[in-house]
Design a protein around this ligand. Structure first.
Ligand code: SF4
Ligand code: SF4
Length: 371
């Protein structure tokens, strides 16, 4: 790992253009030699959705990376596990399965025979595929994230924890700082060798699920260093990186950088590419903070937090939100599946429900009255 981050302007999902940028970024940032190696390419597939919704890494970026690695002599497999990972899940609608078919890269299912690893002193399931390859290449997406404010390289590794095992971690690490610590611990146990972020189209507003708003960013980012990449990308989105729980935790540990000043940046002047109009997640003082114990007991303070609000008229009654909630804070009304009821006192504001909902039926906002 080194401290180099390269950023290139790239405004369209044109396979050849993207592949050329990847080759250049990879070289500048000293990406690992893959000749004769088996490589797992791990996109961010939050849910299997149309690429235009920007919830997942765009298939052209996945294909460009796969083809680049193959041209460098690697055998490539591709996989990820969304939060709601049902048996025989395939990334079909996102176009990523098609990429596997056209490139010959094998799709691997993370849910099959995961291995148990000790992370943050607890046993956590990790996809077996992560241990069956020589190295992992991670393809995060430039997106907001309601819990972590901004999702990036460090967060994308969570996809190696298959399916509902991800949500279970929220029940253990109940506030954003604790969850950020867990993600950094996870990356210490299993560190992808390279990170290429798809920022051609990003997502602002209520990310990372389908309620977020696609927005043109026009950038590709690459680094072997997840912290350095996340610092640059979150700054371009307009965040102070030290408010991002993952970045803050890694910086405090001096894990992959001793300070931001150590980053060796290669790209356009950052002042010219910062997205000043990017709609960020409001940085909250009390929501999921260390004061949570007190906040939970003062009802009025709870009402000032951003929380899930269920929009009945959009709800299809799929119950994915109910399945994923790690603390059983929601349930359908006995008489009507499309009316979801929240027990606010139980809710830990992990926002897994909003990530899982593909029907735009969960908004995250302050709601002072009602449940
Ligand atoms: S709120 Fe969304 S996830 Fe929950 S049941 Fe309705 S449509 Fe499904
Ligand atoms: S209701 Fe939603 S935000 Fe609250 S704990 Fe459950 S999944 Fe998390």
């Amino acid at each position: 790992m080194n401290n180099k981050v390269a950023v290139r302007i790239c405004e369209e999902y044109d396979l050849q253009i993207v592949q050329n940028h990847i080759a250049e970024i990879y070289k500048i940032t000293d990406g690992p030699d893959v000749l004769g190696k088996k490589v797992l390419v791990k996109p961010n597939i939050l849910s299997d959705n149309d690429p235009a919704k920007c919830v997942s890494t765009h298939p052209v970026v996945v294909e460009a990376m796969v083809r680049f690695l193959q041209s460098e002599g690697a055998t490539v497999v591709v996989g990820d596990s969304p939060a709601v990972h049902l048996p025989r899940f395939r990334a079909d609608k996102s176009g990523i399965l098609k990429v596997c078919e056209t490139t010959g890269a094998k799709w691997v299912d993370f849910i099959i025979n995961p291995v148990e690893k000790k992370i943050s002193n607890r046993s956590v399931r990790i996809a077996a595929a992560a241990y069956e390859v020589d190295l992992i290449i991670s393809l995060p997406k430039f997106k907001n994230h309601e819990l972590l404010y901004f999702t990036g390289a460090i967060k994308n590794t969570l996809g190696l924890v298959p399916g509902f095992s991800k949500a279970k971690q929220h029940a253990v690490h109940k506030n954003r700082n604790s969850f950020g610590e867990f993600l950094v611990d996870l990356n210490e146990v299993i560190t992808p060798a390279y990170f290429l972020m798809d920022g051609i189209m990003g997502m602002e507003g209520q990310g990372p699920g389908t309620k977020g708003i696609p927005v043109a960013i026009g950038l590709l980012f690459g680094s072997t260093n997840p912290l350095a990449l996340d610092i640059i990308a979150s700054r371009i989105a307009g965040y102070d990186p030290v408010v991002i729980p993952t970045t803050k935790s890694a910086l405090l540990r001096k894990l992959w950088l001793r300070s931001e000043d150590e980053i060796e940046y290669d790209g356009p002047d950052t002042d010219t590419i910062i997205k000043s109009g990017f709609h960020k997640i409001p940085v909250s003082g009390n929501n999921n903070s260390g004061l949570q114990f007190i906040v939970r007991r003062i009802k009025f303070l709870r009402k000032t937090e951003r929380r899930p609000v269920f929009i009945q008229e959009n709800c299809s009654g799929c119950l994915k939100c109910v399945q994923i909630c790690p603390v059983q804070a929601i349930k359908p009304m006995p008489t009507k599946k499309t009316h979801i009821i929240l027990t606010d006192g139980k809710c830990i504001r992990c926002f897994c429900c909003a990530e899982a909902c593909t029907d735009n039926a969960i908004e995250i906002r302050v709601k002072m009255f009602g449940v």
